[in-house]
Write a protein that binds this ligand. Sequence first.
Ligand code: GLU
Length: 400
Amino acid sequence: MGFLAASLSRIKPSATIAISQKARDLKTAGRDIISLSAGEPDFDTPDNIKQAAIDAIRRGETKYTAVDGIPQLKEAIVEKFKRDNDLTYTASQVTVGTGGKQVLYNALVATINPGDEVIIPQPYWVSYPDMVLLAGGEPVFAETQLKDGFKLQPDVLEAAISDKTKWLIFNSPSNPSGAAYTHDELKALTDILVKYPNVWILTDDMYEHLVYDDFKFVTPAQVEPKLLDRTLTMNGVSKAYCMTGWRIGYGAGPDVLIKAMSKLQSQSTSNPSSISQWAAVEALNGPQGFIAEHNDVFKQRRDLVVSMLNQAAGLSCPVPEGAFYVYPSCEGAIGRQTASGEVISSDEDFVTALLEAEGVAAVHGEAFGMAPHFRVSYATSTQALEQACERIQRFCASLR
Ligand code: GLU
């Protein structure tokens, strides 16, 4: 046995974080880089939210708080679930963590025993499988198809369920594809889930508010109330409220699960930042108008990016319903050569050569479990996006 834990050898570093950092480092070193890698809004945190944090500091809200959240934030979350999702929770059924990531992590580590299976639709956010592996579980991948808009089909879900299944991780709108499920699409999945009482549903609703073209967001326990007592509805303020750095995520679910998650958090990080919690209270209770304003901009950017990528040789990009990602296929570039003679044999080669040749950073699809694709985040200025897409077109045209 070496010094490091064996469990660590089962996981990889987060690709989204690694590539975003690489882009930052190259920029600092003076290279002309446009990063389409980071999944975070370019808009600043709204002023009323910043002010709430400043006020909290001045009031001396700078001490430990209850491990899984101050009562005021739990109340704001209970109200949010009522208002937006038609879900009724009590404050004791709510837990607040250091970003959505910690909430997911707590849920998995608090419930998984060796050999437990967790169904993860592909493409998936990079951290789901590794969190499951760290918790000692087995990820079971459920494939989706580009022709279905990357949405999990009921028969594929049912085939993935076994008597060892503990969780389905569901994510709509999806990181990385942007795919979001309509009421009927989700109902077709929940109809399957009601038949299998051993399966719990971990729904990552982080991109709830980022939907376009009048798309109506729905979450599993809302569509099928029978699932409420085995669903963890997870969300956070990072994306909709432009608060990625503040690190506040939350979840609501049955008491037994929430208590277990809190117990785990009491032995790891304790409470999320007291100041960030007060900012999150203002985010959830304060004016919501800026979300629609941001969405107008995101929608224009999505349409721009989809159209420009579809004009690039060898790329094909569907129009997603939400989030701020598109997930084009680069199948047409595979097997071709760059101007300097390197063969593109994978999506990782594609994004590496693109960064080298044109200074555009994107994340390879293999990291999200579906290749050959790459993820583009359009949460960056429209001008930079236009330039980045021109560079991608030029890169694709240069392949022989
Ligand atoms: N969720 C964002 C992304 O996918 C932030 C980075 C991370 O935590 O993965 O880019």
